[in-house]
Write a protein that binds this ligand. Sequence first.
Ligand code: GUN
Length: 283
Amino acid sequence: MTAQLIDGNALARTLRADVAQRTAALKTRGVTPGLAVVLVGEDPASHVYVRNKVKACEANGLHSVLEKYPAELSEAELLARVDALNNDPTVHGILVQLPLPAHIDAQKVIEAIAPEKDVDGFHVASAGALLTGAPGFWPCTPYGCMKMLESIGCDLRGKHAVVIGRSNNVGKPMALMLLAKNATVTICHSATADLGAMTRQADVIVAAVGKRNVLTADMVKPGAVVIDVGMNRNDEGKLCGDVDFAGVREVAGWITPVPGGVGPMTITMLLVNTLEAAERSAG
Ligand code: GUN
């Protein structure tokens, strides 16, 4: 069997068109959804990411402001900026790009963001909302993975989902989202004794470790759905995921490629969350 591809670029285009339409509708009510992106320091990858976030806003009718600060910005100064953005009615979503310089307590800064503007879904209030099923914002990457599963009509009820990775921003929220859709969920991580024994039972596998070839063909049940969140470089410097794509695609039923899979979905869900924040504030 050769797996069918879940095309993140195509799905992102469809969802962004919906965002653009809802944004235009909100504008007729006098509200333009606004995202503030705060970047501290010179990390080149972060500069690329934030540029892409701002561009995606512009392309879909959202307003965005990009605040760039030198790496020397103090924690107190950053907290003051967050406070000002919390009180700015033209800003519906606030994103402080991570990583922050070492002298700044990133969690403290995230907790300073008003939960109703936490479009990254990283605030403890957002995590608690996801845990309890209350309204809030879901972290963009796992939220995008859920949209990919939905797009192929994957009914998760009673399915066994295995999440590889337990990060606060991807692995843990991913497991909660799958659970909310009635999957039986196993979280695997670096201390899991026999990863293959777990993944071979899975109907759905989400790999979110940040390491190449974490999942190989012998670890996958025929027909399983495989979502690859990884963003790594191979020996030739080419972008690759956590999954041995060439091998696993011969066994899986569905698979997301890297690039062109989960990647384009993350920014898309940021747009969705920002629009949602603006819609909620407009009532
Ligand atoms: N750094 C890398 N990815 C992200 C993200 O999704 N949000 C924030 N705030 N920082 C990041």
